[in-house]
Design a protein around this ligand. Structure first.
Ligand code: ASP
Ligand code: MG
Length: 306
């Protein structure tokens, strides 16, 4: 089993999702569990909707919700099998209706709590994971969607909840391995729930942590973080052009590099993987043939810059 995580820009459109499907399909024999972020800038848009609501700007938040639905519908329709279009519409209806109710409630209260922020921002990954699982079927894979909130158990620190590891690991290891025997599993990053079943989120950018936790929980042979850069570079390309790709790096070195501005992945998020000795690869979903960067727990001594 491997874990493959795709961030928001890797699933931001029908074309991007098609690219992801190709990447996953060619690795289907390794029994992937796919973790996806919300599509594009959806999380920001959801937070903006919540803000508009508590400011009492009703027409504005209704329009924002419409736009977000249109965006999901437009992109998803191009990658969902014909036979599943009606199901897709129903899923979008249900989710956006529920979201609208929630947002109206916030508008009445005029107050945003961490718990309601989580309830709202979770819609991004709830939707993207369902859409990606339907898309995988369109592209000829057997795929099952798993609601991450049923497996990732967290504490109650809304908006930056921490996974309760032993409980989460036992749920993951019971649920996922049997599913991967026949299907690609697709789940949303970033979201979880408390022991009482209340939706939580792991903090902005939290899908990487989800990927690491899932990998650790199922004893994956590897965790792949698919982004839109070639891996970790020796210099931040937005500041110094011509940084070299680091092929292999120890966790400690990666942490240092991140500190100096290689913003690809925050090493703290992969601690659960490192603890279990599971290598973490950073790969480019727009150039899948590029070898990326491999982060391993032990020290690396050789010269290994590409
Ligand atoms: N969608 C969430 C965010 O934008 C989580 C993630 O992308 O990792 O922060
Ligand atoms: Mg994101």
């Amino acid at each position: 089993m491997i874990v493959m995580k795709f961030g928001g820009s890797s699933v931001e459109s029908a074309a991007a999702i098609e690219r992801v499907a190709g990447i996953v399909k060619s690795r289907a024999a390794r029994r992937p569990v796919v973790v996806v972020s919300a599509m594009g800038k959806t999380t920001n848009k959801l937070l903006a909707i919540a803000q508009t609501a508590i400011e009492g700007r009703r027409e504005e938040y209704i329009r924002q919700i419409h736009d977000l639905r249109d965006f999901h519908s437009r992109e998803a329709r191009q990658v969902v099998p014909l036979a599943e279009r009606a199901a897709l519409d129903r899923i979008l209806d249900d989710h956006f209706q529920e979201l609208t109710e929630l947002v109206k409630g916030l508008a009445v209260l005029g107050e945003l709590t961490p718990r309601s922020i989580d309830a709202i921002s979770a819609y991004g990954e709830r939707l993207s994971s369902i859409i990606v699982s339907l898309a995988f079927r369109h592209f000829g894979m057997s795929a099952v969607h798993v609601d991450s909130r049923e497996l990732i158990v967290t504490d109650k620190r809304h908006t930056h909840a921490a996974p309760l590891f032993s409980e989460t690991y036992s749920r993951l290891s019971a649920a996922l391995p049997p599913l991967t025997e026949k299907s690609v599993v697709v789940m949303g990053g970033f979201i979880g729930s408390t022991r009482d079943g209340v939706t939580t989120t792991l903090g902005r950018g939290g899908s990487d942590l989800t990927a690491a936790v899932v990998g650790a929980g199922i004893g994956a042979e590897e965790i792949q973080i698919w982004t839109d850069v070639d891996g970790m570079l020796t210099a931040d390309p937005t500041i110094i052009p011509g940084g070299h790709r680091v092929k292999l790096i120890s966790f400690a070195e990666a942490a240092e590099l991140a500190y100096f501005g290689a913003k690809v992945l925050h090493p703290a998020t992969v601690v659960p993987a490192i603890e279990k000795n599971i290598p973490v690869l950073i790969l480019n979903s727009r150039r899948p043939e590029c070898g990326g960067t491999r982060i391993v727990s032990d020290a690396v001594h050789s010269r290994n810059v590409a």
